[in-house]
Design a protein around this ligand. Structure first.
Ligand SMILES: Nc1ncnc2c1ncn2[C@@H]1O[C@H](COP(=O)(O)OP(=O)(O)OP(=O)(O)O)[C@@H](O)[C@H]1O
Length: 476
């Protein structure tokens, strides 16, 4: 890391000593200045000193400044070059920008403009560096071996990821909510040749029907009432990378038709636009709905289904991969211990048994939340015990009586599931003092979904007399 006191270094390449002196005077308080009077000296200094920024005159004795610019850019794409041009050479300035100059300044310079242009070029360079570093970190984080699980089901997933990551084939990931579909989509991306390119995730269920098309394909200014400016859609943003379409079963018939066209032709038009835009995007889709069934019922286009279902990956629910449960629980606990720099803590034997027996309706996401709570409640304890786990996880007798009633035909499956859900939601609400946002976080669902489930199951707030306020309306 560079120390904040270290000055950035600026190389001035200009044959006129007078110009170099005035540039130096303006910049010296903030930067360390290196100087060169011709192209060769400039390139030598650049190679030897590795400055952070170059100010380069377009007219140099015997050499064209643009040729020097090309050499500089080919040797270091990260170092910004600002061109110094005569007042009349607008065309040269444009050519320079095309060749990758960060900016240009016309002589004679305005002192303030000079400072601004130099500062701006250096801060966008710093930003570019940061993005590169972050991308590299993300690549490491989502390398597929970071998916936790040793069960047969997960091993099959790993093998498939390895087989298909590096092709452009469309992949459909299915599985219940919270089983790790988005994580698998990322693993596909970060194990492919596209790993340095964008990974864009779009949840098709989270957007109202009216917005989804503009979100996907973008729109031209004025194409509808709210379209006050041109907007680039996710397809364009994901170009050369991967577009992850979550909850694809929630797309309307019209959007399904448009998506099919993009998948077939690899091109589309923005809403209100006429120009066809070609894209190279790898599509990974996911759903927790039964698409085959939706096709049978006419709710999902059959042709689109076959297009996206070229390769399918099914993520089994957590309850069907019991051996992954202790592994995942220890992983999430270790992660929290490290984040909070707390002393080592482990699960007691009985707590681990409770975790293993529990059916995990919210899958891995639910587990992450429950371990988070247990971690908080176990402050100062050397072990996580049953006491640190939610009551519902231990209410074996209640869940077995629901199961017995269902299997004996005394209760429908639907009713038993609702009863079970009702108890979990009530438990979460009690634990969070009825603060719905916190309860929703605990359950790993949105507040909107929690409110919807509470309404469906008839769960109200605890009776607090007349002071009870109505629930705030749920926004679309
Ligand atoms: N095998 C795994 N190893 C480690 N973490 C996991 C694993 N599976 C899921 N997770 C974690 O569980 C949480 C939920 O995963 P994810 O969002 O990928 O699920 P999903 O199936 O896409 O859910 P939904 O259908 O609700 O969108 C995330 O925080 C994810 O990091």
């Amino acid at each position: 890391m560079e120390s904040p006191a270290m000055k950035k270094r600026v190389l001035l390449i200009d044959d006129e000593a007078r110009v170099r002196t005035s540039l130096k005077m303006v910049l010296e308080p903030n930067y360390e200045i290196l100087q060169a009077a011709d192209a060769q000296e400039g390139l030598d200094t650049f190679r030897k000193e590795g400055p952070d920024l170059v100010l380069l005159d377009v007219v140099l004795p015997g050499t064209d400044g643009l040729a020097v610019l090309e050499t500089l850019r080919s040797e270091s794409r990260m170092t910004p070059v600002i061109m110094l041009t005569g007042t009349k050479s607008v065309k040269t300035a444009v050519d320079a920008m095309k060749l990758g100059a960060a900016d240009y300044l016309s002589k004679p310079f305005d002192v303030e403009e000079l400072r601004i242009v130099v500062d701006r070029a250096l801060s966008s360079q710093a930003l570019e560096r940061e993005v590169k570093q972050l991308r590299a970190q993300v690549v490491q984080r989502y390398a597929f071996h970071n998916l936790i699980g040793k069960s047969q089901g997960m091993q099959e997933i790993y093998a498939k990821i390895e087989q298909v990551a590096d092709s452009r084939t469309t992949v459909l990931i299915t599985g219940e909510s919270g089983t790790g579909k988005e994580l698998v989509a990322k693993a596909l991306h970060y194990n492919s040749g596209r790993r340095e390119r964008p990974f864009i995730a779009l949840n098709c269920a989270a957007l109202p029907e009216t917005l989804i098309e503009s979100e996907l394909f973008g729109h031209e200014k004025g194409s509808f009432t709210d379209a006050t400016a041109r907007r680039v859609g996710q397809f364009e943003l994901a170009n050369t990378g991967t577009l992850f379409l979550d909850e694809i079963g929630d797309l309307s018939a019209m959007t399904q038709a448009k998506l099919l066209r993009v998948l077939q032709e690899r091109e589309f038009t923005r809403i209100g636009g006429v120009q066809s835009i070609k894209v190279d995007v790898r599509i990974v889709a996911a759903t927790n709905r039964n698409l085959e069934d939706m096709v049978r019922k006419g709710q999902f286009r059959e042709d689109l289904y076959y297009r996206i279902n070229v390769i399918s990956l099914f993520l089994p629910p957590l309850r069907e991969r019991g051996e992954d449960i202790p592994l995942l629980a220890k992983h999430f606990l270790a992660k929290r211990v490290e984040e909070e720099k707390r002393p080592h803590i482990e699960f007691g034997k009985e707590a681990l048994e409770v975790l293993t027996r529990y059916p995990w309706p919210g899958n891995v996401r639910e587990m992450e939340n429950i371990i988070e709570q247990a971690f908080i409640w176990s402050q100062n304890c050397p072990q996580i015990t049953q006491e640190h786990l939610p009551t519902i996880m231990k209410s074996d007798s209640r869940s077995s009586s629901l199961r017995d009633d269902t299997l004996a035909g005394r209760m429908s499956l639907e009713k038993a599931v609702m009863e079970f859900e009702r108890e979990i939601i009530l438990d979460a609400l009690k634990r969070t003092n009825y603060v719905q946002t916190h309860a929703a976080n605990l359950l790993g669902i949105s507040r909107r979904m929690l409110k919807y489930r509470m309404d469906t199951l008839g769960i109200g707030r605890p009776d607090s007399g007349n002071s009870q306020e109505p629930d705030p309306p749920v926004q679309e």
